[in-house]
Design a protein around this ligand. Structure first.
Ligand code: BT5
Length: 264
């Protein structure tokens, strides 16, 4: 590995990961990526860190980011409106899901809106291996740039308080893994998904995400801006919103935290 802040070029990627900046310790790769995007660094620039001291989840939540994981943010400049931002989360989540499913014999699922889950060794449950965070900076009804961040638990330790819901790839496979190999694969898959999105829209990506969904056809309870919504998850629309059949009729939920009431 090169020293902090050095640029590594990765010729295998077309857009995503064409420039990669690596840091040993940083507050958050999201914040660094935002500063780089403001300075005009190109789409596809990736920032990775060994350790994040202030890793971020959604809604001001903390993302535990010790040594051993992949903490990655990518600058994107898609031609979208702010309402379409969740599409980038879907693309990021699918890239990680594909990379993990492609490299390891693990069953992977996407939990709307931003989690990647894997089946645990005991086989009885799924736990969070990755969280995706998309932040957009917009103006005049258009998105100027988007930062899509992915936190993947690879060889890092999961704190006891999170062990019920979170897992690392080391724990799931029983061995230490090459983060570089996984990072390359994630960037490669991200690149493919992003090109598909640019050339064909969300169609193929949405179809694949739905096929891997942990929530569709399940009874769910969602904590969202409007309060608690309970019902059956019917569909994910092309804006990334979840369509839920409730007792009061169909509802469209753009963001929230899902609890599954029926088994995966
Ligand atoms: C997320 O938020 O899942 C988005 C996480 C994005 C992290 C990446 S790392 C690279 C980039 N730089 C950053 O600063 N962030 C991005 P959310 O859905 O709000 O989930 C947050 C919740 O997940 C926390 O409240 C904990 O319960 C749990 N959590 C925290 N750290 C975790 C970890 N390492 N693995 C699994 N779960 C975790």
């Amino acid at each position: 590995m090169k020293k902090a802040g050095t640029r590594i070029s990765d010729r295998s990627s077309r857009i995503i990961g064409r420039k990669i900046f690596r840091y040993v310790k940083i507050t958050s790769t999201q914040d660094k990526a935002k500063r780089f995007a403001q300075k005009g660094l190109p789409e596809g620039t990736a920032i990775i860190a060994e350790i994040q001291t202030q890793g971020k989840g959604r809604l001001g939540r903390k993302w535990v980011s010790p040594q051993g994981g992949i903490w990655l943010s990518v600058i994107l400049r898609p031609e979208i409106t702010p309402l379409e931002t969740p599409k980038m989360t879907m693309i990021g989540g699918l890239a990680v899901a594909r990379a993990i499913a492609g490299l390891f014999r693990l069953e992977v699922k996407l939990k709307w809106p931003n989690d990647v889950l894997i089946r645990t060794i005991t086989g009885s449950e799924f736990k969070k291996i990755c969280g995706v965070l998309t932040e957009a900076v917009s103006g005049g009804g258009r998105v100027n740039y988007v930062i899509t961040g992915m936190g993947i638990n690879v060889n890092n330790r999961i704190p006891p308080a999170l062990r019920d819901q979170a897992i690392s790839l080391r724990e799931a496979t029983g061995r230490n893994l090459s983060r570089l190999k996984l990072l390359r694969k994630v960037l490669e898959e991200f690149d493919k998904c992003y090109w598909d999105f640019k050339s064909q829209g969300m169609g193929p990506i949405l179809k694949e995400c739905k096929g891997m969904s942990a929530v569709l056809d399940k009874e769910v309870k969602i904590e969202c801006a409007d309060g608690i919504i309970e019902g059956k998850a019917l569909d994910i629309d092309e804006y990334g919103a979840l369509i839920v059949e409730t007792e009061e009729g169909r509802k469209r939920v753009v963001a929230g935290d899902v609890m599954l009431l029926s088994k995966m």
